[in-house]
Design a protein around this ligand. Sequence first.
Ligand SMILES: *[C@@H]1O[C@H](CO)[C@@H](O)[C@H](O)[C@H]1NC(C)=O
Ligand SMILES: *[C@@H]1O[C@H](CO)[C@@H](O)[C@H](O)[C@H]1NC(C)=O
Length: 227
Amino acid sequence: MAQRRVIYFIIRGMLFCLAIFGLWRMISVISENSYLVKEEHELKDDHVFIEIYYESMCPDSKYFIKHQLIPTIEKIPEIIDFRLIPYGKAKTIENTTGIFFTCQHRELECQGNKIHACGIKYITNRSKQLNFASCLINNIRNPQSVAESCALEVNANWDEIQKCSISMEGSELLKGYGEETHNLSPTVTFIPTVVLDKNQGHQKDILKDLLKEVCSKYSGDKPPPCL
Ligand SMILES: *[C@@H]1O[C@H](CO)[C@@H](O)[C@H](O)[C@H]1NC(C)=O
Ligand SMILES: *[C@@H]1O[C@H](CO)[C@@H](O)[C@H](O)[C@H]1NC(C)=O
């Protein structure tokens, strides 16, 4: 009789534990799911994320920044977030001596890319950052020669940017942008390459009419320039 009672007691204890475990799993699954839902919701409602892979002496990059990127951001800043990745078709060579780059438009372009990279790091205000990049790329033949005046124009600290651009810091930044560029899939064939919400589709349409492509990506209520 006593033995039976002990067994009954043990079984009851096990059932109790099982019930608690089940309840705990249920709660965690529910909260996980609501997290997923939230994330999806945030992605949907969030800005369209534009990533611009470009290089400092490339006429097509200049054209895109001047005639597509800036006008589009001016029209619908409230739904756009962007990031500049100044590397393009450069190559990175790292050995025991240091980090070296070769660029499509030669050494001057590598130096230009570093100035872009350092400007992006030290100019945190996004609109000033874009104005700095745009000012540099406007002088496509020699970005270095206008860099100081471009920095002044956006009220940035030129000393800081220059020091970065001629030191290991600039090389490290550029190397990082290189890794990002090389890691793109599909591989970059044309510069600029413009990625919307991490998707490389519609390149031709994006280069022709960024506003239209951004508007069609945006799932929230369309702002008037999109209509
Ligand atoms: C490292 O690479 C650079 C650029 O290609 C080259 O000039 C240099 O000789 C190399 N150094 C060594 C130790 O291989
Ligand atoms: C960035 O700079 C612009 C002026 O170029 C200014 O109007 C804007 O308020 C600044 N943004 C922030 C977040 O400080």
